[in-house]
Design a protein around this ligand. Structure first.
Ligand code: HXC
Length: 513
């Protein structure tokens, strides 16, 4: 046979994965194949495959007669929006995308290349887990991947897209990466599946309820981005990458074009209600400040009392962390602290400046919070901000109370600038509670305690329910009109562009885990 034709035939066989029948079954489930996914993900014509003919070396349980070129994972490199990207995509049509030692070695090879070349790694996960016939070598293969995920953390962005099963120890590779994307209805992640759960805890739960996209987006916070199907999730990944640099030594790309509707500037004035105890939507405030349609919310359905995500100011990426007064008054609780801290650390690792919008009444009280460790979890957010060396600016729109004021990127923990709106209230606590404590005796001994309390509350509010006491002490750098916020932020971030700050010499800090 013509040798060139032999190669062409071998390529065609490899591209068929587990064969036409299994491809059809994959499509029937509403899923694309590993290669179809890669072709959608990468710029047209850019994908180059590595290890197309690699096969597993196992012989147990008839595996020697069950070989597929590529061994259930397609690996390689290409470009997304013209920038180099490394990728692996598990092929469920080949032995259920199960992970053999060979399969793991292929993944490790692209991980090593991504690290050496300072380019993001994207993993498309669709696998029945460790290849059961192989036993412990496949477990070692997982560990090889986990080890590299950890080494690559903070060096290159790592994105995991879960597009099918991801169960058992296999979940720990996505968990070690920066962001997890899940597809509704076809993907699930759990350490132990419904059958084991039933045996051990007698709970009856479906795969979807135990570990589907919605569950992890809303309940556990494991999932950062949810999409309706494979095509949508790939679009999301391509889009979110435009907000990130290639690696920790670079800056995010800066699109020269951006739009900003000036009308938003006059609208920003009327977002806050007159009564400072009423809610409003902080995302509206954010949208009025940033480039049009530039906000990409991360963890949109988890701990909604804090909002985090990427946005742009005159084309430049910023990481936004904002209290959300319309959910639980924007209070900080365990989940909000974890969510905020993780995002702050991603931004700091990848040179993305932090923009904080603050309206926080404090930490959430209660036994549930205390017993579950709000002290440790709240400290995560405090630690994350304190160690961040990227440019960071806070705008206090309204409440900045108590310890939560310190935590939300205050100047004392290293923020570069703090601005406050005229509506800001910067105090140890709300006026009502403060009056009750410091004027307790006066209120009690008064003929009309209720009236006395109100009087003292008003007195305390007059003193602290404004930004000027803080401005007098330099705790706030400038009191600004809402409509000045965008221009003040743009100018301040420009001034901070060359900011250089180093950490004390140490092996690594010890973040409260
Ligand atoms: C080998 C596997 C496999 C596996 C699936 N297959 N999982 N082969 N090792 N882990 C094969 C099936 O035999 C089948 O082969 C094909 O893939 C498709 O599987 P189906 O069961 O027909 O598909 P489906 O009905 O969609 O069910 C998918 C599934 C199920 C839910 C993932 O296959 C399943 O439960 N698999 C086992 C999951 C598991 O327990 N994995 C080990 C977890 S322990 P044919 O030839 O019939 O098409 C683990 C430890 C990791 O992963 C630890 C890391 C530290």
């Amino acid at each position: 046979m013509d040798k060139n034709q032999q190669l062409i035939d071998k390529r065609a066989a490899s591209k068929l994965g587990g064969g036409a029948d299994r491809i059809e079954r994959q499509h029937e489930k509403g899923k694309l194949t590993a290669r179809e996914r890669i072709l959608l993900l990468m710029d047209e014509g850019s994908f180059q495959e590595i290890g197309m003919f690699v096969e597993h070396q196992s012989t147990a349980f008839g595996l020697d007669k069950n070989k597929f070129p590529g061994d259930g994972v397609v690996t390689g490199y290409g470009t997304i929006h013209g920038r180099p990207i490394y990728v692996f995509s598990q092929d469920f049509t080949v032995l259920g995308g199960s992970l053999s030692k060979t399969h793991a070695d292929k993944i490790c090879r692209v991980m090593d290349l991504a690290m050496k070349n300072g380019a993001p790694l994207i993993g498309l996960n669709d696998s029945g887990g460790a290849r059961i016939q192989e036993g412990v070598v496949s477990l070692a293969g997982y560990a090889d991947i986990f080890y590299r995920n950890t080494k690559a953390s903070g060096v290159i962005p790592q994105l995991s897209v879960v597009m099918g099963p991801c169960a058992g120890g296999a979940v720990y590779s996505p968990a070690l990466t920066d962001f997890i994307f899940m597809v509704e209805d076809t993907s699930y992640m759990f350490v132990t599946g419904p059958n084991v759960v039933k045996t051990v805890t007698h709970e009856e739960v479906s795969s979807e309820d135990l570990g589907g996209a919605k569950t992890h987006a809303e309940k556990s916070g494991v999932n950062h981005f949810t999409a309706a199907n494979d095509v949508e999730v790939i679009k999301q990944v391509r889009d979110i990458l435009t907000y990130m640099p290639q690696n920790s030594q670079e800056l995010a790309p800066n699109p020269s074009q951006f739009e900003f509707s000036e009308a938003k500037n006059s609208a920003i004035k009327s977002i806050l209600p007159d009564n400072s105890n009423l809610p409003y939507d902080m995302v509206k405030v954010l949208d009025a400040i940033i480039d049009d349609n530039s906000f990409r919310e991360v963890h949109a359905d988890f701990a909604k009392n804090i909002v985090v995500g990427f946005a742009r100011l005159e084309g430049k990426t910023v990481g936004v962390i904002a209290n959300q007064p319309s959910v639980m008054a924007g209070v900080l609780d365990i989940d909000a602290s974890r969510k905020g801290a993780r995002f702050v650390r991603f931004c700091d690792a990848f040179n993305i400046p932090l923009m904080v919008l603050e309206d926080v009444p404090g930490f959430l009280p209660g036994t549930e919070q205390e017993w579950n460790g709000i002290i440790t979890h709240g400290a995560k957010l405090l630690y994350a901000f304190s160690e961040a060396t990227v440019p960071r600016i806070t705008v206090i729109t309204r409440k900045a109370y108590g310890g939560a004021f310190d935590v939300m990127n205050s100047k004392s923990i290293g923020a570069d600038f703090n601005f406050a709106w005229p509506t800001a209230e910067i105090a140890v606590m709300g006026a009502k509670g403060a009056a009750e404590i410091i004027f307790k005796r006066e209120i009690k001994s008064s003929d009309d305690p209720a009236a006395k309390w109100t009087e003292k509350e008003t007195e305390y509010a007059a003193e602290f329910a404004n930004p000027y006491r803080a401005a007098e002490r330099g705790i706030v750098d400038e009191v600004i009109l809402p409509e000045e916020t965008r221009s003040k932020l743009i100018l301040a971030f420009k001034m901070l562009e060359n900011k250089s700050e180093s950490q004390p010499k140490r092996k690594h800090g010890n973040i409260p885990m």
